[in-house]
Design a protein around this ligand. Structure first.
Ligand SMILES: [Zn+2]
Ligand SMILES: [Zn+2]
Length: 366
């Protein structure tokens, strides 16, 4: 471990004033706001620690006597553990960075059912904080730099001596002068008022995947608010709502609809061309079809979320009984009835089918 005096570049006889001066000179050179390199950050920590020890008369004395790290410093740590430290976020030491992660952002996007089948690309507008183009997140007016805080000497925290049952105890508190940053911005960027970011509406293109449902969320990493001080972006969450469709509804990846079939087509059978959401579909109605029967067209439903297979199109048959007949039509039906000798209306065995079948398949999801 490096000698604290060597770290600060001062003699063992240095006065408190000389120690403070040496520290401030080094802090100006190594402070993360000035020098973002890893090496500078490590050295800055070492310098700050050396200054912590040597700027406190009691700690310095103990250090000079070979007490090293222990003593008041160690005790201070225990004290902070018991009493929650200086309200500075746990055991964090040294100045805090102006750069913080940005918040997540969330927008809601409405999509039509037909867009869900294959997914769709959509331009959406988001309003978030973006990096200030003038200072690039540095928060300072271009050409100026933050200066080391006079009050805490760039540490971002100040020591307070507290008298207690255990004697004098040193506790650390965030520096009120620099809000813990260790530096003060004397010339904040005018464009962003020293925040390093500005609000901006921007349009982004979103690839909406197939198979989404109301409530499905898409997470776009880094699409959210840029952080204060040029910190990393939060994420953007896009929550979808699938709009109601009068003709088609949905059961998972299956599409559901109803087909009205005339009485004669129901008896004789027919073929039909239906306009589905993704184009025409040919349907064969077999003679004798009943209301509630379901015609399934395989692979014409919704393509699953992150999948290449599609659900089915399920078409429930509804046989329409004619209500207005001419005299001749009535005669023909009577002739048919005479020919067929069908049973008069009677009680039948209860069948789940019919209305039940429709209800089950169409309203299962409430
Ligand atoms: Zn700016
Ligand atoms: Zn300060």
């Amino acid at each position: 471990m490096a000698d604290h005096y060597e770290t600060l570049g001062v003699s063992r006889e240095a006065t408190p004033e000389e120690i403070k001066k040496a520290y401030r000179r080094l802090a100006r050179e190594l402070h993360p706001d000035v020098n973002p390199s890893e090496e500078a950050s490590e050295r800055f920590k070492g310098v700050t620690h050396a200054y912590d020890v040597l700027s406190d008369p009691e700690q310095r004395q103990r250090y000079d006597m070979g007490g090293g790290q222990g003593g008041a410093n160690g005790f201070g740590d225990i004290f902070e553990t018991f009493f929650g430290g200086g309200g500075f976020g746990g055991q964090q030491r040294g100045p805090r960075s102006r750069a913080e992660r940005g918040d997540d952002a969330m927008i809601r996007v409405d999509v039509q059912l037909e867009e869900v089948i294959f997914g769709v690309q959509r331009d959406v507008t988001v309003n978030t904080a973006v990096l200030c183009s003038v200072c690039q997140g540095a928060c300072t007016q271009p050409g100026t730099h933050p200066v080391t805080c006079d009050v805490c000497g760039g540490q971002g925290q100040v020591q307070r001596q507290v008298r207690s049952l255990f004697g004098n105890v040193v506790t650390m508190h965030p520096c009120g002068s620099c809000q813990g940053y260790g530096t003060i911005i004397e010339h904040p960027c005018v464009e962003c008022a020293g925040k390093g970011r500005v609000r901006e509406r921007r349009t982004i293109t979103v690839d909406i995947p197939s198979g989404i449902d109301t409530g499905t969320r898409l997470q776009m990493r880094g699409g959210g608010e840029v952080g204060p001080g040029g910190g990393p972006n939060g994420d953007l969450f896009i929550e979808f709502r699938v709009m109601h469709n009068d003709i088609f509804s949905r059961d998972g990846n299956d599409l559901l609809c109803t087909m009205q079939v005339s009485m004669t087509d129901a008896i004789l059978g027919a073929s039909a061309t239906l306009g589905a959401l993704d184009g025409d579909v040919e349907v064969e109605v077999e003679g004798g079809v009943q209301s509630g029967d379901v015609v399934t067209v395989r692979g014409r439903g919704i393509q699953g979320l992150r999948s290449t297979t599609r659900g089915d199109l399920k078409i429930a048959v509804q046989v329409v009984t004619p209500s207005k007949l001419s005299g001749r039509e009535k005669d023909l039906v009577r002739q048919l009835a005479t020919l067929r000798k069908d049973d008069p209306p009677h009680l039948g065995e209860f069948q789940q089918g019919f209305f039940g079948k429709i209800r089950d398949r169409f309203f299962r999801q409430g």
